[in-house]
Design a protein around this ligand. Structure first.
Ligand code: ZN
Length: 580
């Protein structure tokens, strides 16, 4: 890496095993830095989307369109061989198409060798040089990265805006850079006693090396990405967790942020414990929180986050990016296709974590997600969650669908099957599908196995359509000494209902209408309150009536879903109170 002109050269050796049942005649690599050039697909998309990202689009103009030749990014292979034989390759924007010299049979192995040269772009999105907080190098998506081939075929998506999908491998990376630069990111440093910069064993001396550069040697087993960041002014703290990984913190020596970055450190350990307990054990030996990038972005064993934040925001972004370790790096759902399974599940668990470690103790820590989702559902801009991450009309619709509606997939699943079964589902899902790239059917099947319910209707309506949930209280009327309560289904999407009735003497009772097609019932979620389970509601019926053994004058309120975990788009008709 040349830190003066931001150019770099590299060589890459990749031993590829074809675990598929198919013979492969081509392979593809991602050349992400080519996106940061005027006229690239990323540039043109930026100029055409209805609500462009404010980091990339300033005063009505694409920042990519304005890049000069010394400011653009690029990544070009300069030679390529397969088992020593030259092969034909062709760059198509951000994708390298390689026609193999000889096919790789099912179960076969081959070795690719490549030389490449690159230029680090002025920071526009995620990676780049000299970010707005003055971090010199945020190096993500910087090397030729093999595309994923799986049961659906190739996933050589162009880099337009969306996120990443990759192939697991054991990485061995040597990085030569000016010796004043401190590096943090993915992997375990193999030569800490030559490097120093806070990586050396505590209290030991570091060997002085001659020359202007240091070569950092990292190993990273079973990762599908390798990020590093470097700056000559980083401070570097470490925290070794008991029965857990070593945490690294690299941040600018800026008196304005140091206090918060110190307070962040024990919170990161608490979050690591929370996720390991509630999802599954973190399988790596280190995690690095590194100041850099343009907001917050997850990488293998690490994250790049901007550092000038108040403590709540700093802990919040750490918690979110750290939670991605489980969903994006260990489970590693294809985020271009199933963005809600990564961003949504990450948001769900990091909200639960923040509620705990920041002492918020909210009854419903997902309130904001529900508000955001309702806003989207009623905006007319919603597209189904099956939409490819790059193919939304609005960034707003992508964001709300992936993060808010995605997180509600789980919180609402808890409403359907019960909170204990939800948490059991998450742990089993992680355990069964880690390092396997799960798809939507896998989370559904796991929830079905744990709960004993049939949940196909839930996966289908919530993720493959924009159908909405709207139930309402139609009427409450006297029937002799009893009271009749009539509920109606206004929206298309089915749901089981919890209905709370509050009496004049202050006592409460709940009524539960299971959905017939889910073929099961959850446990009473309001343990202390008496629950009556009513007959199943067959979805096609528009109304459902039941009777309460109290006179109408005794009824103070009727409430559909007092937990607010069901994403009903119209809450007005969910509450009935007598007119005084
Ligand atoms: Zn995220």
């Amino acid at each position: 890496m040349n830190v003066e002109n931001y150019k770099y050269q590299g060589t890459q050796k990749l031993v590829y095993t074809n675990n598929s049942p198919d013979e492969l005649t081509r392979v593809y690599y991602h050349l992400y830095f080519n996106a940061f050039q005027p006229g690239s697909e990323m540039d043109i998309r930026l100029q055409n989307i209805n609500d462009p990202d404010g980091r990339m689009f300033v005063e009505g103009k694409s920042r990519i369109a304005a890049l000069t030749p010394s400011e653009i990014g690029y990544l070009h292979p300069t030679s390529f061989t397969q088992d020593g034989e030259k092969v034909k390759y062709n760059e198509e924007g951000t994708v390298l198409v390689v026609t193999l010299a000889k096919p790789i049979p099912a179960g076969g192995k081959t070795t690719f060798k490549m030389s490449f040269e690159g230029q680090v772009p002025v920071q526009i999105r995620r990676s780049g040089r000299n970010n707005k907080e003055g971090v010199a190098l945020s190096m993500s998506q910087w090397y030729p990265k093999l595309a994923e081939y799986d049961f659906e075929g190739w996933h050589a998506d162009p880099y337009i805006a969306g996120e990443f999908h990759g192939v697991w491998g054991d990485f061995d990376v040597k990085l030569t850079i000016d010796k004043d630069y401190i590096v943090g990111g993915t992997g375990y440093l193999q030569n800490p006693q030559e490097i120093g910069h806070g990586y050396e064993a505590a209290g030991t001396k570091v060997k002085k090396t001659k020359g202007k550069t240091l070569t950092w040697h990292f190993k990273a087993p079973m990762v599908h990405d390798f990020m590093w960041a470097a700056d000559p002014d980083y401070l570097h703290d470490t925290l070794k967790m008991e029965n857990g990984p070593t945490l690294h913190f690299l941040y600018k020596n800026d008196p304005e942020i140091i206090g918060n970055w110190k307070k962040l450190q024990p919170k990161t350990a608490e979050a690591m414990e929370f996720f390991s307990k509630n999802i599954g054990k973190y399988p790596y030996e280190q995690y690095s929180v590194v100041q850099g990038g343009d907001g917050g972005m997850e990488y293998a064993m690490s994250t790049l986050i901007t550092g000038g934040r108040d403590l709540n925001s700093l802990v919040g972004v750490m918690s979110h990016e750290l939670a991605h370790s489980w969903f994006q790096h260990i489970l590693a759902t294809n985020e271009a296709k199933h963005e809600w399974m990564d961003e949504g599940f990450t948001s769900f668990i990091s909200n639960l974590c923040m509620n705990k470690i920041m002492g918020r103790n909210k009854d419903n820590p997902f309130e904001k997600a529900y508000k955001g989702y309702r806003n989207l559902a009623l905006s007319g801009m919603e597209q189904p969650q099956t939409t490819h991450a790059d193919r939304y009309w609005h960034n707003f619709a992508y964001g709300t669908s992936a993060y808010s509606k995605g997180s509600i997939f789980l919180s609402q699943l808890g409403y359907i099957i019960g909170q204990d079964k939800l948490m059991e589902t998450i742990r089993k899902y992680f355990d069964d599908f880690k390092f396997k790239h799960p798809t939507p059917n896998d989370i559904k099947r796991t929830a079905e196995k744990v709960s004993g319910m049939e949940l196909d209707w839930y996966l289908t309506d919530w993720t493959q359509t924009t159908n909405t949930i709207d139930y309402g209280i139609k009427e409450v009327y006297a029937d002799g000494n009893k009271t009749k309560i009539g509920i109606e289904r206004i929206g298309l999407m089915p749901m089981p209902l919890d209905i709370l009735v509050v009496y004049a003497d202050g006592t409460r009772e709940t009524f539960y209408t299971p959905l017939r097609m889910m073929r099961g019932e959850k446990k009473n979620p309001y343990g202390a309150i008496k629950r009556t389970t009513l007959p199943d509601w067959p979805w096609a019926y528009r109304t459902f009536e039941f009777s309460v053994n109290r006179p109408l004058s005794d009824i103070r309120a009727v409430v559909i879903d007092p937990s607010l975990l069901m994403a009903d788009v119209d809450l007005e008709n969910n509450v009935w109170q007598p007119l005084d």
